[in-house]
Design a protein around this ligand. Structure first.
Ligand code: HEM
Length: 130
């Protein structure tokens, strides 16, 4: 059976806990019944109610179990062009990044670590030549 195509405009009508749709990786899910069961809380789900939640879902690093759960709530797919655009738009509009940017801190740790090693080597060389 062909999947039902649900546009972002249609999704936007389902943005409350009476009826809550969320798109993840181009698929549309009716998560109304899942809101209260979500281990991460209802509030974060409502932040993306009626919208594309791909970025948020991926940013929080969900388990394979969580991914498998999605199938249960699938009701359709986004139109192809909107699926691509939605993920991009989400990136631009995500203003607050709670506990996010873990890759950024790794970069920082690496740089600081390398600097420390560099300083150690330079000190040894200076000490040796003195
Ligand atoms: C329909 C979509 C979603 C499903 C099925 C889902 C499912 C789950 C599941 C099963 C967990 C438990 C940990 C794990 O297995 O990874 C979890 C945790 C979490 N989820 Fe989601 N989630 C969804 C959407 C979202 C969205 C859009 C956000 C937005 C930020 C979010 C934020 C979180 C957070 C922060 C946790 C961690 C909770 C903790 O460890 O205290 N989830 N989610």
């Amino acid at each position: 059976m062909a999947a039902k195509v649900i546009s972002l405009a249609e999704m936007a009508k389902h943005d409350s806990n009476a009826s809550c749709y969320m798109a993840i990786h181009g698929k549309v899910y009716d998560v109304t019944k899942f809101l209260q069961e979500h281990p991460g809380g209802e509030e974060v789900m409502m932040d993306h109610a009626g919208q594309d939640g791909t970025e948020a879902f991926e940013d929080t690093g969900h388990s394979q179990d969580a991914r498998d759960m999605l199938a249960e709530y699938e009701i359709g797919v986004l139109p192809e062009d909107e699926a691509a655009a939605a993920s991009k738009a989400e990136k631009k509009t995500s203003t607050n990044a709670p506990a996010g940017g873990s890759s950024d801190s790794w970069t920082l740790y690496t740089v600081v670590g390398l600097l420390a090693i560099g300083a150690g080597v330079a000190y040894k060389m200076m000490a040796a030549s003195a």
